[in-house]
Design a protein around this ligand. Structure first.
Ligand code: KMT
Ligand code: NI
Length: 184
């Protein structure tokens, strides 16, 4: 099950927890307020079980394609370079949907007041980041994650790195910020 907290900036490695002491927890309800959706599917019940659950979830939300990404130092091509790219703040013009099959990692998303919120994900966590939210990803100190990536149509999730003022004018960014305001 995922947990989240306000990210404490420091010179520590990106893979560390980066928690305040005491920790400043962020609830799943608070994540929902910024359009970040969380569900859990029990992976330990086997591949047939979770694939069926994912089929239902995908049908409900219109996800037509999926693949699996396995990030590990020894097997992932251009590992160090990719890790840096994942951690650059960016947005997408579509949702970023990740279902964690094994391992763990952190998704950082920007709060309404532009602070980082760190979301720790592990086996069974299903996270949907809305189009237009600024975010980044890192492995944790265990250096391993295996995740299913779900897509609406063809993968249209080229990272658009944050570059102000340009990225704030992106149609999908504008749409996201607008949606936040109308929710309150
Ligand atoms: C992304 O888009 O940042 C990734 O796919 C990271 C790996 S998925 C756990
Ligand atoms: Ni992304």
């Amino acid at each position: 099950v995922a947990s989240a907290w306000e990210f404490a900036e420091s010179a520590h490695d990106q893979r560390e927890l980066h928690q305040y002491s005491p920790n400043k927890a962020v609830t799943l309800a608070q994540l929902a307020e910024i359009g970040v959706l969380y569900s859990f599917i029990d992976v330990s019940q086997g591949e047939q079980y979770y694939n069926k659950e994912i089929d239902i979830f995908s049908a409900n939300r219109g996800y037509k394609n999926r693949d699996i990404i396995n990030i590990h130092k020894d097997t992932f091509p251009n590992y160090e370079e990719k890790i840096k790219i994942f951690f650059e703040e960016h947005l997408h013009e579509d949702e970023e949907i990740r279902f964690i099959l094994d391992g763990s990692g952190f998704f950082d998303v920007r709060s309404k007041n532009d602070k980082w919120i760190r979301i720790a994900v592990q086996k069974g966590d299903l996270l949907v980041l809305p189009a237009g939210i600024y975010h980044r990803f890192t492995l944790d100190t265990k250096n391993y994650i295996k995740a299913m990536r779900l897509f609406k149509e063809e993968p249209k999730w080229t990272p658009i790195n944050r570059d102000l003022p340009t990225t704030d004018k992106n149609t999908f960014r504008v749409g996201y910020v607008h949606a936040l305001q109308s929710v309150g």
